[in-house]
Design a protein around this ligand. Structure first.
Ligand code: ADP
Length: 319
């Protein structure tokens, strides 16, 4: 193997840059040429390739986002688009591809492998909703970003004796809401996997008030309920001043945490080493403290669920 490529696809996540750096530096360490594909699968189709040298990835380990840019690409859903993408890779002499992204990007990667280019997937998404790995690159950073916001909102909630509803990202999964809510000491956590009734949230608020709590923090994953409606209902039914804070896109950016940089460095390097060992169609995963790999075809069809024990723990500790 002489030449490999790397791309980032789907939603961006802090730590993608650290992973790109690890792919490039490991590749060059083993005398490979490394090509960067810009804007994910769209760049594959449009042949938007750039050579990546040691210096190309200097000073990016600490940066959020992705220097390779990312995109969602409808043309890649067509057979014609995918064939064009693979023909471009072959024309460039690329013998292996590292794909950084989430579930959709992995399904796209499988199609590329099927057409003849070996691929390795690195799970990068703030949502943590990729099966077989206990953590995805970007998840630890977003949890800490949300936690920082909860801490700040808590100050105002205490000063003004208010209820705060905080909406966080997570359309289909509650990993962010659960971890940040538990670590942030939220009174109630609402996630798509176990949506609460607003009346139960109100019971928690009133129980807290009775024992002298000055405020309540409710964390809601965006896919669990309409946070605006929940806020109104709490205010109407309790008569307490209730405010909504939608954290939105501040959650996607920011400098990656040490944990995400470590994960990205280890997975990025391992992806290249797998290609060099002749492996293909693999997904990297964190299992305890070890980096493992799984068959990508199999892995994308597994499921991953939030820990309902952690949800019960959060509930117990918020009395
Ligand atoms: P993520 O990787 O963050 O889950 P998306 O689901 O948006 O992001 O997927 C990113 C891109 O991957 C899509 O725009 C498309 O180009 C490609 N893709 C997604 N699903 C498939 C699929 N089933 N087959 C082929 N390509 C896909």
């Amino acid at each position: 193997m002489k030449k490999i490529a790397v791309l980032t696809s789907g939603g961006d996540a802090p730590g993608m840059n650290a992973a790109i750096r690890a792919v490039v530096r490991t590749g060059i360490y083993y005398d490979l040429k490394v090509v960067g594909v810009r804007r994910g699968y769209a760049g594959l189709i449009e042949q938007d390739f750039i050579p990546l040298k040691l210096g190309s990835v200097a000073d990016i380990i600490q940066r959020g986002g992705t220097i390779l840019l990312t995109a969602r690409c409808d043309e890649f859903f067509t057979e014609e688009g995918r064939q064009k993408a693979v023909a471009n890779l072959q024309q460039e002499g690329i013998e292996g591809l590292v794909v950084l992204g989430g579930d959709g990007s992995f399904r796209g990667a499988l199609e590329i492998d099927k057409l003849g280019i070996p691929v390795i997937g690195i799970p990068c998404t703030i949502d943590n909703d990729i099966p077989c790995t206990s953590a995805t690159i970007g998840f630890d950073t977003v949890v800490n970003t949300v936690l920082d916001a909860i801490n700040k909102i808590r100050d105002t909630a205490t000063s003004h004796e208010r209820v705060f509803v905080i909406e966080v990202m997570g359309r289909r999964s509650g990993f962010i809401a659960l971890k940040a809510g538990l670590a942030g000491g939220a009174e109630s956590i609402m996630i798509p996997e176990a949506p609460l009734k607003v009346d139960d949230i109100i019971k928690n608020i009133q129980r807290g008030l009775k024992r002298g709590k000055k405020h309540s923090i409710i964390v809601i994953a965006e896919g669990a309920a309409d946070a605006c409606e929940v806020t109104k209902e709490i205010e109407t039914k309790t008569g307490l001043e209730t405010r909504l804070s939608i954290l939105g896109y501040i959650q996607r950016g920011g400098t990656p945490t040490a944990q995400d940089r470590m994960l990205a460095s280890r997975m990025g390097s391992e992806a290249v080493q797998l290609l060099l060992r002749g492996q293909r169609k693999k997904m990297l995963a964190l299992d305890g403290d070890k980096i493992r790999n799984f068959d990508l075809d199999w892995a994308v069809n597994q499921s991953k669920t939030v820990s309902l024990e952690d949800l019960q723990l959060a509930d117990m500790l918020s009395i």
